[in-house]
Ligand binder design. Structure first.
Ligand SMILES: NC(=O)c1ccc[n+]([C@@H]2O[C@H](COP(=O)([O-])OP(=O)(O)OC[C@H]3O[C@@H](n4cnc5c(N)ncnc54)[C@H](O)[C@@H]3O)[C@@H](O)[C@H]2O)c1
Length: 278
């Protein structure tokens, strides 16, 4: 079991991590910019050394991300996403921490020279440098979109699972599995934390000519749910990358099919009344 330093613990992912990690027997030092967390600013490193003392694994979360592209400058992205990661890794090294779970993003694939993807790419390189030069082992977790879905469960969450979205529970499970993986391995692995691909994949060839019929074939009940909520499924779902799945044992449990099954168990008004719990 590990004593884990968590940076950015007050965010969408961090808030969900405490219970599953504690349930797995780990002890956590949860840090963020303000109380009730232990106060750490990763941009200038304030508070990092003291928080890292005695820890043996780092989970590094803070970043400006996709939704901040329009409102944060290149400089701000660099300061938090790159400099902040550098400072956290330096402090980790001074404290003797040799295992790191770093939250990267699918933007690494999709937008790797955009403001966000570029800084994630550089930060992943910092990890690889640490592995080669200092023997640090790491998992770069690359989630799809899990931003809170507000009040549109069928449209934002359900329909999203055909496209770039991933269920938050699958992301949390991937991080817990990455921590377990690092207990016994010296490695540097990038893990694509995305929803499972449609099975069989070649069914997607018929999507353009018959999207609803193909969805129904892949996810029984889909036709009824698509019609009930007026979901636009004309765009063909993309094939998700599956890097790191075999090494970490990542098996996402949520896809459009699990959404369809859940939606069919509710009335339309119950489904429309759901609110994002995080
Ligand atoms: N949410 C998503 O859809 C998503 C998708 C892919 C990847 N990611 C990545 O996962 C990580 C966590 O995402 P999230 O959704 O939990 O983000 P979030 O924005 O909800 O949380 C980030 C946390 O970091 C803290 N923080 C900001 N600046 C800081 C600083 N200078 N020092 C210390 N803490 C600071 C914030 O207060 C916040 O609590 C990010 O690296 C993000 O790029 C998120």
């Amino acid at each position: 079991m590990a004593k884990i330093l968590v940076t950015g613990a007050g965010g969408t992912i961090g808030r969900g991590l405490v219970s599953p990690l504690e349930a797995a027997g780990h002890e956590l030092v949860v840090t963020d910019l303000a109380a009730p967390y232990r106060v750490v600013d990763v941009r200038d490193g304030a508070g990092l050394d003291a928080a890292a003392e005695g820890c043996d694994l780092l989970i590094h979360l803070p970043a400006w991300h996709g939704i901040h592209r329009a409102v944060r400058s290149d400089e701000e992205f660099w300061q938090l996403n790159v400099q902040g990661t550098f400072r956290a890794l330096e402090a980790a090294q001074r404290a003797g921490i040799r295992r790191v779970v770093y939250l990267s993003s699918q933007a690494w694939h999709d937008d790797r020279y955009g403001k966000y993807g570029f800084t994630k790419r550089v930060a992943e390189e910092l990890l690889e440098y640490r592995r080669r030069a200092h023997g640090v082992s790491y998992v770069s977790v690359r989630p799809g979109n899990l931003t809170p879905w507000g009040d549109d469960w069928p449209g934002e969450y359900g329909r999203g699972l055909l496209y770039g979205r991933v269920d938050r529970e699958d992301v949390l499970a991937a991080i817990v599995a990455s921590v377990a993986f690092l207990q016994s391995t010296d490695a540097g692995v990038a893990l694509d934390v995305v929803r499972p691909n449609p099975d069989p994949l070649d069914a997607l060839e018929r999507w353009a000519s018959d999207p609803v019929g193909t969805a129904e074939q892949l996810y029984p009940g889909a036709r009824e749910v698509i019609e009930r909520f007026g979901l636009d499924v004309t765009a063909q779902p993309r094939i998700s990358p599956t890097g790191g799945w075999a090494e970490i044992g990542y098996r996402p449990a949520h896809d459009f099919g699990t959404f369809v099954a859940e939606a069919l168990r509710m009335s339309e008004s119950e489904a429309r009344a759901l609110r994002c719990p995080y």
